[in-house]
Design a protein around this ligand. Structure first.
Ligand code: GLP
Length: 242
């Protein structure tokens, strides 16, 4: 694991954007693993700015998102599909349908999840996966107790994750869905390069376990210690327990 401590989210966004722009210039049809949440926003802002400045194109790139709430109507603003389109996809020049995500309204969930795994493999696998980390140590929505070898599947959200995400649902924890579909830890580990971003003091404990803790399903992000190419981008507050 390469740990980089930077002054602020702008610097984090710029460094991560450098890696992504480099990749897409070298391999225009690169496969990006896209994360939602607040952590990657500075990366997406920077990439959108570089696209607007004519420095990068995503016209041939593909993307797969990590996770999705189960049961939200397709037009709900907080489906992760709608969020990633608003935060990134619609601000650059991805081709129609080039970014796919888990379908939280799938009727046959196991069949959908198997097909999603197959689609990632058929695309050649993820070249660069952007990740955040939850305060409980989840990556994607792989909550504590997730199998370290898991693949895309349905999961129950922890109470803490629903509390953390209530801010996106008008502060009402009961409005946060109880279930999600998420790429598994095994799926995420198959990406060739992983860039994880964490900022703020509320992430310090999860970052401490991620980097210095024992590998354990209780802190799911710790599986990344077994990955050959992980870059962890932190601000001082998130790094304060290292
Ligand atoms: C969310 C998402 C994760 C995200 C994490 C941290 O619930 N499922 O993909 O990385 O929790 O979110 P944030 O970046 O907003 O702190």
């Amino acid at each position: 694991m390469e740990i980089v401590i930077l002054p602020d989210t702008t610097a984090i966004g710029a460094l991560a954007a450098d890696a992504i722009v480099n990749l897409v210039q070298r391999k225009p049809d690169a496969v990006l693993g896209l994360a939602t949440g607040s952590s990657p926003l500075a990366i997406y802002d920077e990439l959108a700015a570089r696209y607007a400045a004519g420095q990068v194109s995503f016209a041939q790139a593909r993307g797969f998102t990590l996770d999705e709430y189960v049961g939200l109507p397709a037009d709900h603003p907080e489906t992760y599909r709608n969020v990633i389109h608003k935060d990134f996809v619609d601000r650059v020049d991805f081709a129609e349908g080039a970014v796919r995500g888990p379908d939280g309204l799938a009727t046959d969930i196991p069949a959908f999840c198997a097909a999603y795994e197959d689609a990632i493999v058929a695309a050649g696998g993820v070249d660069l996966q952007i990740l955040g980390i939850g305060t409980v140590g989840h990556i994607g929505f792989n909550e504590p107790g997730s199998s370290l070898a898991s693949r895309t599947r349905i999961k129950t959200l922890t109470r803490q994750t629903r509390i953390d995400n209530a801010r996106f649902f008008g502060g009402d924890v009961d409005a946060v869905p109880t279930h999600c579909l998420t790429q598994g830890l095994g799926t995420i580990m198959a990406a060739r390069h992983i860039v994880l971003v964490a900022t703020g003091p509320q992430k310090a404990e999860a970052v401490h376990h991620l980097v210095e803790g024992a590998v354990s399903a209780l802190w799911p992000g710790t599986i990344l210690q077994h990955h050959p190419h992980v870059t962890v981008l932190l601000d001082g507050a998130a790094a304060s327990r290292l």
